[in-house]
Design a protein around this ligand. Structure first.
Ligand SMILES: [Zn+2]
Length: 359
């Protein structure tokens, strides 16, 4: 979601406070960052390589995760939430770049998903994946000449349900599916209806974590970055399937063809999906449930439900009960692995899964 009216309160700041570039990290910084994000035991202290027998997902706010999957380090989205607050998420783009991800996958181009993508890719040497517009936005985010590669998966005008398949590393395959952004639809009644979810904004975190000028300027600069299309990603190793998306659109109403495509994918071991969206005020968590029903996960992890912009958002605890209720409606539905802010930010081991064969 992006909230342009806030730009008025921040106008002018972006021009007055320059964005600092991120230095290329040293090996020692990479070892330290990986140990902090993935756990000391998961990282070789000499080489920085991560253990290959697990999928470790570490949340750093909104829909952004650092992932160690089968020995490869990835980012899903690239934004450290800040601007209305500072320090609520206990990391920085510099530390995230020090993770030296091999690849960064952008779900869509709004600031709350991609505002740090360009600087992190530039400093870390990661390959960016997204639509042509996501690539263009990321290049515009840095003042030096962009040197990072960006693999284009369609463009803003691609069609919902379009599919892209590729190998990221030996034994790690990726499927990207074009879907749609969250949006309000008219209220549904009847047996498929879901109760509205309307949390009270948790503005107290602005007082507890007051914003620095630099962070407010960062937000002001990136507020109007365009969506540029929305992509869902599935990552597969031989025995493990992870699916992630950073928005949940009203597929049943506006893109039922996407539901059909999602059903053709292998069932997910872990599904990390956006639960906050514009339709929660009209149709509750019906849209996230549509994705869950189509992806058939064993475990569901919510994202985009935290206090990433406290003028309009609340802490994730506001979603715990409605989400549990929604999942309970799915016959044979997934186990809920809740994430709560701020305690589950940069909490190594909170989401760690064996990727070995199930016995
Ligand atoms: Zn958005």
């Amino acid at each position: 979601m992006a909230f342009n009216p806030i730009a008025r309160g921040l106008s002018g700041l972006a021009e007055r406070v320059a964005a600092p570039a991120i230095e290329r990290p040293t090996l020692a910084q990479t070892v330290a960052a990986r140990q902090r994000f993935f756990g000391v035991d998961a990282v070789d202290p000499d080489t920085g390589s991560v253990r290959a027998d697990q999928a470790i997902l570490t949340w750093f706010g909104c829909a952004s995760f650092a992932v160690a999957l089968g020995g490869t380090v990835l980012l899903l989205d690239a934004w450290v939430p800040r601007g209305v607050t500072s320090g609520y998420v206990p990391t920085t783009p510099t530390e995230v770049a020090a993770l030296r991800p091999a690849a960064i996958f952008i779900g869509h181009g709004h600031f709350d998903h991609a505002a740090d993508a360009g600087p992190i890719a530039q400093a870390s040497g990661a390959v960016l994946y997204g639509t042509a517009e996501h690539c263009a936005t990321a290049r515009k985010q840095i003042s030096e000449s962009p040197e990072f590669p960006c693999e284009e998966l369609g463009s803003a005008s691609s069609l919902p349900g379009d599919r892209y398949d590729f190998e990221l590393a030996e034994g790690l395959s990726v499927t990207a599916i074009r879907h749609i952004h969250s949006a309000p639809t008219s209220r549904h009644e009847g047996p498929d209806a879901s109760d509205r979810v309307i949390p009270t904004p948790c503005v107290g975190d602005i007082r507890r974590y007051p914003p620095s000028l630099a962070d407010a300027a960062h937000l002001a600069r990136r507020l109007t970055d365009p969506e540029g299309g929305v992509l869902l990603y599935q990552f597969r190793t031989e025995h493990f399937t992870l699916t992630w998306h950073d928005s949940s659109g009203p597929l049943l109403d506006k893109a039922p063809e996407v539901v059909d495509v999602l059903r053709t994918l292998p069932a997910s071991d872990v599904h990390v999906g956006a639960v906050q969206g514009y339709n929660q005020f009209f149709n509750g968590l019906r849209d996230p449930r549509t994705y869950i029903e189509a992806l058939r996960p064993k475990v569901f992890v919510p994202n985009h439900h935290d206090n990433w912009l406290p003028l309009i958002t609340a802490r994730g605890e506001a979603f715990e009960t409605p989400l549990g209720t929604e999942l309970a409606r799915i016959p044979g539905g997934p186990k809920l692995q809740m994430l709560l802010d701020p305690k589950d930010y940069v909490a190594p081991g909170r989401l760690a899964f064996s990727i070995r064969p199930h016995t």
